[in-house]
Design a binder for this molecule. Structure first.
Ligand code: TYM
Length: 358
């Protein structure tokens, strides 16, 4: 096979593309082991992954290679990958129904990232808003901060994922992955499924409690009053929600008005936690005496949901060997899909893949 010559010929290994024969929807998503998880991660992503299990084939990845685009203390990184794994399991990720694994345990991600960077125009990466934001805040910008979305594209495309459930902030990266897939398919012949971002209608962007005009974010998650963290105890949760910034009015309503962003955010959290409609949510506050009542009610439903997660998390952290065992199984399941796909990519690009690797 020659490079640049589009080809639709079957890969040489019989199971080189198990994906093409599969029937169900395949889901892939990832989360960084950098910083503690907050309610935005939970409502915008994790909880949706949990609810989607079983109905789809799911791959959930602890993206440690992405985390090191900003310096991570090596000991801490190791600990944080385990902590994140425990938190995902505690939140309901079921290793019998989800392939849960750590990105660096599957070498194909780094290799595919290089290959895909060779079809990705620099201009696409320079336009990424997350790169523009983050690079402005740093004195010495590392190359990987720019190429980060190519690694993210590799994560998704290696699994031929149909759907990528993420929060709003990741939409542009998934669109880039789509563009990379289409460019590769056009250049080398049909190789990748073009993935769809799946962004929730409600809760795609949970806002910061201390500034409801900004998203709740991991980088500020430990700042006082910014977020509810998944390992917070009941008193911390109550305190954070009681301090949540609102407005000087009294109206408890859903609204796009930036003035009402704090109240809107609290109602959204309540609505998601209770599973109620907007109307039913508002009805619950029809006789509220003010924002104090709203904050108290939100704190109650958040505490009810977070408490068992925190308790399960603590139990899981007591058994690191079991976490490692589950991750080893997840990595093996991921490699079974990613490695043949990598061979397919390389063959399409014209590499002479040794028979032993096919
Ligand atoms: P990360 O680790 O920043 O966030 C993990 C998930 O949480 C969502 N999220 C939010 N959702 C709603 N409101 C918020 N305030 C909020 N903050 C975060 C994110 O949208 C995300 O879904 N680049 C990705 C990780 C990644 C990935 C992938 C995702 C790497 N490879 C492949 C999907 C597919 C990231 O940094 O997510």
């Amino acid at each position: 096979m020659t490079p640049n010559a589009p080809s639709s010929s079957a890969p040489s290994s019989p199971d080189a593309s198990p994906i093409k024969d599969r029937s169900g929807v395949r889901v892939f998503s990832g989360i960084q082991p950098s910083g503690r998880l907050h309610l935005g991660n939970y409502l915008g992503a994790i909880r949706r992954w949990v609810h989607g299990q079983g109905a789809t084939e799911s791959f959930i990845c602890v993206v440690d290679l992405h985390a090191i685009t900003v310096y991570q203390d090596p000991e801490q990184l190791k600990r944080q990958s385990r902590e994140l794994t425990a938190m995902l399991l505690a939140s309901g990720i079921d290793p019998d129904r989800t392939h849960l694994f750590v990105q660096s345990h599957v070498r194909a991600h780094a290799e595919a990232s290089w290959l895909l960077s060779c079809v990705t125009p620099l201009g696409w990466l320079e336009r990424m808003t997350q790169y523009k934001d983050k690079s402005q805040k740093q004195k010495s910008i590392k190359t990987a901060l720019l190429t980060y979305p190519v690694l993210q594209a590799a994560d998704i495309l290696l699994y031929d994922a149909d759907e990528v459930p993420v929060g709003e902030d990741q939409k542009q990266h998934i669109e880039l992955a789509r563009d990379v897939a289409q460019t590769f398919n056009h250049t080398y012949g049909e190789t990748f499924v073009v993935p769809q971002p799946k962004i929730a209608k409600v809760g795609a962007r949970i806002m910061a409690l201390d500034d409801p005009t900004a998203k709740m974010s991991k980088s500020s998650s430990t700042a006082k009053g910014h977020a509810v963290l998944l390992d917070d105890d009941d008193a911390d949760i109550l305190r954070a929600l009681k301090r949540a910034v609102t407005d000087s009015g009294r109206d408890i309503c859903f609204s796009d008005d930036p003035e009402k962003a704090g109240v809107n955010n609290l109602l959204t959290i309540y609505q998601l936690m209770t599973g109620k409609s907007q109307e039913a949510t508002l009805a619950d506050f029809a006789s509220a005496r003010g924002y104090g009542d709203l904050k108290k009610a939100v704190a109650e439903v958040v505490i009810e949901e977070i408490r068992p997660i925190r308790e399960r998390y603590r139990q899981l952290m007591d058994d690191p060997a079991e976490l490692d065992r589950l991750l080893a199984i997840g990595a093996e399941q991921a490699r079974a899909v990613a490695e043949p796909k990598l061979v397919e990519i390389k063959e399409k690009m014209g590499f002479a893949v040794p028979a032993a690797l096919r």
